[in-house]
Design a protein around this ligand. Structure first.
Ligand code: SF4
Length: 322
């Protein structure tokens, strides 16, 4: 399969010594800030060399095989390597905000989620903290963690980092958000989103396959690609579907999300300031069916404000009607 990136965007040579998990010259993500986070330098994500956790909860609003009956064991990591102005998790993704925890404490939190019955441990946006998350995961495994580990990410990933996770991650849950350089520049301020995301998701598929394996309806291994349908831009969504089909796999399970809710920062925007309409969502869904996607996870288009509030004890309480 041809590399979709223009030749000027190919990865520079790292040399044989480069370690994608090294915080001394951080290149964990495609930002490649090359800052020494162990010496207090900060890159785009603003994180240092410790773990900042925004919260850990059983989550009942993920796709059915991820949440199951007892919930996904979500770990919301603070900060993100994208800063989309419409981000539903902007309270925690636009800057470091949360509790500092040690590697051992995070391992204990993983074990606690398992103890509470969660079907998995789902790390949400772990990339900027991945070396520490991996260390915690290893420790938790030594201490009896048995449930699958999920890497939930926005797609703006470096394939070298994903390669280094081989064997540690059971399920990848990436987004594919934008279908072109122009869209990703407009929505997220980065031009190279698409080639990075496609290359990273291919690497994920090569590790865990392009399907979702389940046991009694609950995911145990594999890949599930998510796409958030944005209001007023079905063209982006239709192009994303074509890219998934042609560049990743037509077999891949696909979650089409209708949950977009405008946050305060975009309320006056002509399109981003409203919810997705039913006709827009249906257009995308029909296209997915026409293209032959067989495993589709869909959402209802409704009027609820679905923005989580991380000031609450349970930010996603509305999934349980609270
Ligand atoms: S993880 Fe943070 S510091 Fe490292 S390259 Fe990405 S944005 Fe920059």
């Amino acid at each position: 399969m041809a590399d979709p990136r223009p030749s000027g965007e190919r990865e520079p040579s790292r040399g044989p010594e480069a370690d994608p998990l090294d915080l001394k010259s951080c290149r964990l993500c495609p930002r490649r800030c090359a800052v020494d986070r162990t010496a207090g330098e900060k890159g785009f994500c603003g994180l240092g060399d410790g773990i900042v956790l925004a919260g850990a909860w059983p989550h009942f609003g993920e796709e059915p095989p991820i949440s199951g009956e007892r919930g996904a064991g979500t770990l919301f990591f603070s900060s993100c390597n994208l800063r989309c102005p419409f981000c539903q998790n902007h309270q925690i993704s636009h800057r470091p905000r949360g509790k500092n925890v040690t590697v051992d404490e995070l391992a204990s939190i993983m074990l606690d989620l398992q103890e509470r019955g969660c079907h998995n441990v789902e790390a949400v946006t772990p990339t900027p903290q991945m070396p520490l998350v991996l260390a915690s995961l290893r420790r938790a495994r030594e201490r009896g963690l048995r449930v699958p580990f999920i890497h939930n990410n926005g797609g703006y990933e470096d394939p070298a980092l994903i390669r280094s996770l081989k064997g540690a991650v059971d399920i990848y849950l990436p987004d594919l958000k934008f279908a072109s350089e122009e869209r990703s520049a407009f929505y997220a301020g980065v031009r190279d989103y698409l080639p990075r995301a496609v290359a990273a998701i291919r690497e994920m598929a090569s590790q865990v396959g392009d399907r979702l394996e389940t046991d009694r309806g609950v995911a145990v291994r594999g890949l599930l690609v998510r796409h958030l349908v944005l209001p007023g831009d079905t063209a982006n969504s239709l192009a994303v579907l074509k890219i998934i089909r042609s560049e990743i796999s037509p077999r891949v399970p696909l979650s089409l999300m209708a949950q977009y809710s405008p946050v305060a920062a975009v309320r006056g925007h002509p399109t981003l300031g409203r919810r997705v309409r039913a006709d827009e969502y249906e257009e995308v869904l029909e296209a997915a069916l026409d293209m032959g996607f067989e495993e589709l996870y869909i959402q209802a288009v409704d009027e609820r404000d679905l923005v989580p509030d991380f000031d609450r004890e349970e930010p996603f309480a509305w999934y349980r009607g609270q």
